[in-house]
Structures are given as C-alpha cells and as structure tokens.
Design a protein around this ligand. Structure first.
Ligand code: F6P
Length: 341
C-alpha cells in the first residue's frame, strides 16, 4: 500500500511527531510505502512530493514546524482542483491519504472523502477549536509559550507601574487566552466568545493598581468590544475566506490610557506561539494520533478523524470535526472571572 501524507493550514508544534509515528508504524508493522506531499493540498494538486521513509523521519520528533511544508491552498477554489488531485493520486498509485490539519484542511478532507478519496484526518491547531476532540496538539505548547511571556511581563509591568496587554492568537475561540490567562494570573482575560465591556476592563485595571500590583490583560486577537467590531490587520482574505487579525491589543492599550490615565503597552505574541519545539504533552498526543491514524488506514476505516476523548484516542466521522467550532464554554470563563481585577 502507498500512502500520501500532508500537513495543511497554519503550522503548529507536533506536526513532525505525527509524521514520524505514521511512517514508523506504517513501515515497521505494515510494510507500507509513503509519499510526502509538499505544502498542504498544493502537494496533491500540483504533484509536489518528497521522499518519506524511516531515514527522512529520523530525529524530527522535537522539531517545530513541518518537514512537509504547509499552505492554505483550497483545491475547491481552484478550477478542476478535485479532478487534478484525483488524477495525481492515481498517477502516483496512492491508495490513501493522511491529512493533518485544522478546520480548513479537514474541511477539504471531508469533501474529498464524500467524492471517493480515501482519507484519514489528524486534528492539529494551536487554537484548540476543532470539534469532537478534547484537545488538538500544538495547543499545550502555545499556552506554555504564552505563560512564559506573561511571567516575564509581570516583572517589567510592576517595575514601571504599567498595564501590559498580551495579545495571543485565537480567531474565533479563546482557548489560548483562557488557559494562558489562568496560568499566568491575568488581571482579566478577553476572548472572542464574550464581547467585553471597556468600562469593566478599566475597573479591573484600576483595582489591580490599587493593590500595588501591575495588571496583565490577556486578549485573544479575535476579541470584540461591546461597542465595536473585530479589528483586522487589512481587508485581504485567504483562500478559505479568513481575514488577517491583530490590532485589538493596541486598540485596548490606547483606550485604557485614555480612560484611566495609566500607561498601557501591548505585546503581540503572534507566530512565536506557533514556532519551536513541542512540549512533552504535545509530543505524546501527536505520536498517539499518528499511530492511531495509520491503524485506521490499515483497517480501511476512511472518512474518520482520530480524536482525544479523556485519555483514549478514538475515531470520529471527519465531518463531525468541522461541523461547528469548539468554543469556550461560558461556565469555564466564569471560573476564571473570580480572579479578575
Ligand atoms: O489557525 C491558527 C492560527 O494560528 C490562528 O490563531 C491565527 O489567526 C492564524 O492561524 C494566523 O495565520 P497566518 O499564519 O496565516 O498568519
């Protein structure tokens, strides 16, 4: 059997750990051959490949990024995209695909599955917003990076009696902000799911200053003020229709300065949250996902995504992963609110 592997969408730590586990088990236990598709769906679309064997996957477990490359290519937005993918897979004698990605990459996988392509999905995203899995790999690493940044910002904020705003990723879901904010002892956490009141944020800022402690505010890039709109970098859309975010942190800093008279500065963590080595948690989760994905292929269980439920790795219908986003439950947010101000 010849299996194609691809990684699509925004990269995240742990992608290489999945690739390594898929290849290691596939070669050693099942005697399969692998083809690495370059740059997400662009690989099968344009026939861009690289060798993927035991040698190619040695030493990659701790490495960030993806040895296969990634892109946000959407074959459904390209003329004859699906036909070209099918033709290339047939030409290269590829029997099945393992697609490692988030909502966009797995959304494409779901549609291709319904059009007869044999595919198994693996959930990745630092945002942790894929449905029907408790966690995606990459999330834990990115939370830890954000917490380290918050710890560092606490000491400088206190020295200068400033408010410091930390803008983290999270387009629609505030998982990174929530977890990093709780772990980092934030004075408040602002997430896309719940529009925030500027008055309330300023009250929390002032109360933190009153206790002689400088406030750290963790805000997700997709957070929205009650009286305003989502702030975007520009109006360009990617091939899945997403705008580029970032800017809400700067907006909030000026609004806080204006209303409280206290100095406020912003640190935007941006792609730092996606780079570098995965945490041990993400390496183990990614490895287990990879092992389960190749077993699914071996058992002919296509149209599925591997998923974490509790401590078990299960298989769920691919479509269930992307039918809706997994958003932060207001009850969880309420737990964090006890510590605001
Ligand atoms: O989807 C993951 C993510 O990291 C989002 O949180 C963020 O909005 C987006 O990717 C940024 O993507 P890009 O790499 O295209 O800037």
């Amino acid at each position: 059997m010849r299996i194609g592997v691809l990684t699509g969408g925004g990269d995240c730590p742990g992608l290489n750990a999945v690739i390594r586990a898929v290849v290691r088990k596939g070669v050693k236990e099942y005697g399969y051959e692998f083809v690495g598709f370059r740059d997400g769906w662009r690989g099968p679309l344009e026939g861009l490949t690289m060798p993927l064997d035991l040698a190619a996957t040695r030493g990659i477990l701790p490495k960030g990024g993806t040895i296969l490359g990634s892109s946000r290519t959407n074959p459904f937005k390209i003329e004859n995209g699906v036909e070209r993918i099918k033709e290339n897979l047939a030409k290269m004698n590829i029997d099945a695909l393992i697609a490692i990605g988030g909502e966009d990459t797995l959304g494409v996988a779901t549609k291709l599955d319904s059009l007869g392509v044999k595919v198994v999905g693996v959930p990745k995203t630092i945002d942790n917003d894929l449905n029907n899995t408790d966690y995606t790999f990459g999330f834990d690493t990115s939370v830890n990076i954000a917490v380290e940044a918050i710890d560092r910002l606490h000491t400088t904020a206190e020295s200068h009696h400033r408010a410091l705003i930390v803008e983290v990723m999270g387009r629609h879901a505030g998982w990174i902000a929530l977890h990093a904010g709780i772990a980092g002892g934030a004075a408040c956490i602002l997430i896309p799911e719940i529009k925030f009141s500027l008055d309330q944020v300023c009250k929390w800022v002032e109360s933190r200053f009153e206790s002689s402690y400088a406030p750290i505010i963790v805000i997700a890039e997709g957070a929205i003020p009650q009286d305003g709109d989502m702030i975007t970098k520009d109006q360009t859309l990617d091939s899945f229709g997403h705008v580029k975010l970032s800017g809400i942190g700067e907006w909030l800093a000026s609004a806080i300065e204006e209303r409280t008279g206290k100095e406020a500065r912003t640190s935007v963590l941006g792609h730092i949250q996606r780079g570098g080595s995965p945490t041990a948690f993400d390496r183990v989760l990614a490895t287990r996902f990879g092992l389960s994905a190749i077993t699914a292929v071996h058992e002919g269980d296509f149209g599925k995504m591997v998923a974490l439920h509790g401590t078990n790795i299960d298989r769920v219908p691919l479509a269930s992963a992307t039918e809706k986003l997994k958003l932060v439950d207001p009850a969880l947010y309420a737990e964090a609110e006890i510590f605001f101000g």
